[in-house]
Design a protein around this ligand. Structure first.
Ligand code: COA
Length: 250
């Protein structure tokens, strides 16, 4: 008779008193495998080869931080400044990863899979469908960049490590097609990560998690800097705020 247990997992177990991750002795991974390699293993269930490890490592590194300005960092630092603990502030920063900031990778992967030829519907159909639906194409556009230097660097490394494949070429065509609308919408950090995860055969479901994994060190650094250098309770000044509500009334 088969027993039904509360949880099923293929990730980690103990054998003879030692932890094993996907069959690899965790005590040996420490000292032998890089952190990036171990992350690849635990989210994909298999070890990367040298090129995949180098590509994955570059993805994690390039997404580690992007300044104090993004919504997630402002959120994290403000939460800490109110007196909440580090874990609450970092979690608050993660909660700001949405469709417009850091949270577009999963959706972009699904979109690229649906439209990338030869199996997919093609560039023109993608742009047409999104425009008809009044939706933004995930993975394109940036508030401060016309060309995202992080994307350029990852594309350069994709050539070097053998991941310059059909998805990279496809998104270049999407970029060109979108530009015909009059506004330059560069492939952004979420977009290029989505592309490269597809080239590396990751499931789209890992997309959001990869950005979280990469950016949490940055959030931690900002929260710790807030703790060590700033006084409690951030507050906007009156000059920062434009009141356009009613005047006093009876
Ligand atoms: C990232 C993003 C928020 C930056 O926005 P922005 O440069 O400040 O641009 P705005 O929000 O001011 O939009 C300007 C115009 O470009 C359009 N636009 C912006 N990004 C677009 C996209 N990816 N696809 C289609 N149209 C887009 C907007 O609809 C808007 O059109 P309108 O003027 O006709 O209303 C935006 O490009 C976006 O939403 N991208 C898709 C989501 C994404 O990839 N998020 C991850 C970011 S790392």
């Amino acid at each position: 008779m088969t027993m039904t247990r509360a949880y099923r997992t293929a990730i980690t177990t103990h054998i003879d008193g030692k932890p094993y991750v996907y069959g690899y002795d965790l005590t040996k991974l420490a000292g032998e495998a890089s952190f990036a390699k171990s992350i690849y293993l635990i989210v994909k269930g298999e070890m990367p080869d040298k090129n995949a490890e180098a590509m994955f490592e570059a993805i994690l590194t390039i997404a580690i931080d992007h300044g104090v300005e993004p919504a997630s960092v402002v959120a994290a630092r403000n939460i800490y400044s109110g007196g909440s603990p580090v874990q609450a502030a970092v979690a608050g920063g993660i909660l700001a990863f949405g469709e417009y900031h850091g949270g577009a990778i999963e959706g972009a992967m699904e979109t690229f899979k649906t439209y990338c030829p030869p199996a997919g519907l093609g560039v023109k159909k993608l742009v047409e469908d999104f425009s008809k639906a009044g939706k933004r194409v995930l993975g394109f556009g940036h508030r401060i960049y016309e060309v995202d230097p992080r994307t350029q660097r990852l594309i350069e490394l994709a050539r070097k490590y053998g991941f310059y494949g059909k998805y990279v070429k496809f998104t270049k065509e999407v970029e060109e097609e979108l530009a015909k609308g009059g506004k330059k919408l560069p492939l952004n950090i979420d977009g290029i990560i989505a592309v490269l995860l597809l080239e590396m055969d990751f499931n789209p479901k890992v997309g959001k998690g990869i950005f979280i994994i990469a950016r949490v060190p940055g959030l931690v650094a900002h929260v710790v800097e807030e703790a060590l250098r700033e006084k409690p309770v951030r507050r906007l000044s009156e000059e920062d705020v434009e009141y356009d509500g009613p005047r006093p009334r009876k």
